[in-house]
Design a protein around this ligand. Structure first.
Ligand SMILES: NC(=O)c1ccc[n+]([C@@H]2O[C@H](COP(=O)([O-])OP(=O)(O)OC[C@H]3O[C@@H](n4cnc5c(N)ncnc54)[C@H](O)[C@@H]3O)[C@@H](O)[C@H]2O)c1
Ligand SMILES: N[C@@H](CCO)C(=O)O
Ligand code: NA
Length: 439
């Protein structure tokens, strides 16, 4: 960046003017005075790239600032900062790379892209000597990436547990409070505008998995991409699972779980997964209701921290984008850049089968002598120790609810397969991992 002159203003291009982009433009317009004071020079809108010039928008943009030529906009010499809020992989990736090559600093909210191909973007930013910030990509308005990257940079993070998808939290909360089934709760989420018409990315855990990859990379200073994340969504969660959780004083949440665990040869490895799990109602994450998000961080020196707030929505997400924009603008004026990627620890990602967790298993069995012993033996044969067993009798059958101690996921799934093969087992009615308690 040597040779850069201190500019008397900074010019920002916004790519995409949808839910988030329109609110970014609004805040840039409404808060121009404060932003100038905080940055040190005015931050002016240079242009807004849109797909259709005549589309309805939630913000008024002067006609001469609108363009359908996003490539042309990011290639302009007078653009210092680029906000990418188009989403998806292409053309977002090419646009960000072009912006960096042309010397712009970039702010993005694009978790899908960061989780799939972050390293390509980080390397381009490093090469260009520019910033790439993306606080809005994980848990919307909640400051979580900067705390991991900066505030906790002197500590050793060992675990991150997050409710990072608002749509699924809303659905599970509805199922818990009203006894609704998954389909009914999803319909309500769609009516209220939380869930998309095609809710697959949220409901099947893809959105949370992208966020988990980003969190794990920052927390553990290693490269973790979306394909490294074990993923299960919530579409198979039944009203019976939710009731079973209630019966044991727990609640079902879709969790993004990032942990440091012992891997092969005693080396520390990263375990990262997204799946529904039962957590005790006493856990701070259990009180995260409706479409809110929260991220619970455990670190060696600080202990336990929780970050809570709105994880989605145009205006909250734009708050995080603007926060990043002020930072990259200040860096730009100071002729410096913030911390880039930190992947020095280069830890391997542990396969799901080797990840240690606990299972809650509800089984319908014949109600006769020896059944409990046979079920206990099946657990023991796979090296799984039982923590609690509860039995509820019915007419001629009984339901056993077993909660295991921590074992590898492979041992636990082998136990469930074994149970399903047993003659005395009529049906395994609910299987769910249990999190949020240390053994
Ligand atoms: N909405 C949220 O709550 C939220 C929260 C966190 C992060 N994000 C992320 O923010 C980004 C934007 O999300 P959104 O909800 O605003 O989506 P959106 O669909 O409302 O907006 C995206 C806009 O980009 C436009 N677009 C598409 N291709 C374009 C192109 N080539 N050139 C110019 N414009 C183009 C679309 O027409 C659309 O208006 C995504 O990466 C998303 O994951 C959104
Ligand atoms: N669809 C996401 C938006 C925020 O990334 C959610 O429901 O949380
Ligand atoms: Na955030």
């Amino acid at each position: 960046m040597e040779g850069d002159k201190r500019p008397d203003k900074l010019r920002v291009a916004v790519l995409g003017c949808g839910s988030v982009g329109s609110q970014v433009v609004r805040l840039l317009q409404e808060q121009a005075g404060d932003l100038a004071a905080r940055v040190g020079v005015p931050v002016e809108l240079a242009g807004v790239a849109v797909r259709r010039l005549d589309a309805p928008r939630e913000v008024e943009v002067p006609a001469d600032l609108l363009t359908t030529d996003a490539v042309g906009l990011v290639s302009r010499d007078d653009v210092d900062l680029v906000v990418e809020v188009i989403g998806g992989i292409e053309p977002a990736r090419s646009l960000i790379l072009t912006a960096l090559e042309n010397g712009a600093s970039v702010v993005s909210a694009n978790k899908a892209l960061l989780a799939e191909d972050g390293p390509t973007l980080f390397e381009a930013a490093e090469k260009a000597g520019r910033d790439l910030y993306y606080e809005a990509a994980v848990a919307g308005a909640i400051p979580i990436l900067r705390p991991l990257r900066e505030s906790l940079a002197g500590d050793r993070v060992t675990r991150v547990l997050g409710i990072v998808n608002g749509t699924t939290n809303f659905i599970l909360d509805k199922m818990d409070t009203s006894g609704a089934g998954f389909t009914e709760a999803l319909e309500e989420a769609q009516e209220l505008g939380y869930a998309e018409a095609d809710p697959t990315a949220d409901v099947e855990g893809f959105d949370a998995a992208a966020k988990a990859a980003i969190l794990a990379s920052l927390a553990f200073h290693s490269r973790v991409t979306a394909s490294d994340v074990y993923r299960e969504g919530i579409s198979e969660v039944t009203a019976a699972d939710v009731q079973s959780a209630r019966d044991m004083g727990a609640v079902v949440k879709l969790l993004a779980i990032c942990e440091l665990r012992e891997g092969e040869g005693g080396e520390e490895a990263v375990a990262v997964r997204v799946h529904p799990a039962m957590i005790p109602r006493s856990h701070p994450l259990a009180s995260v209701r409706e479409a809110y998000n929260a991220v619970f961080v455990e670190s060696e020196a600080a202990g336990q921290l929780m970050f809570y707030g709105p994880g989605a929505g145009g205006s909250p997400t734009a708050s995080a984008v603007l926060g990043d924009l002020v930072t990259v603008a200040r860096n730009r004026l100071a002729g410096t850049r913030g911390a880039g990627e930190s992947a020095y620890a280069d830890r391997a990602v542990l396969p799901m089968g080797e990840t240690r967790t606990r299972y809650h298993v509800a089984i319908d069995v014949d109600d006769r002598a020896g059944v409990l012993a046979a079920v206990a033996t099946a657990f023991a044969e796979h090296g799984v120790s039982i923590q609690t067993v509860r039995q509820e009798g019915r007419d001629d059958d009984a339901q056993l609810v077993v909660v295991s101690h921590e074992s590898t996921d492979a041992q636990l799934s082998a136990t469930v397969a074994h149970l399903r093969d047993m003659e005395i087992v009529r049906e395994v009615t609910s299987i769910m991992r249990v999190e949020g308690e240390h053994e």
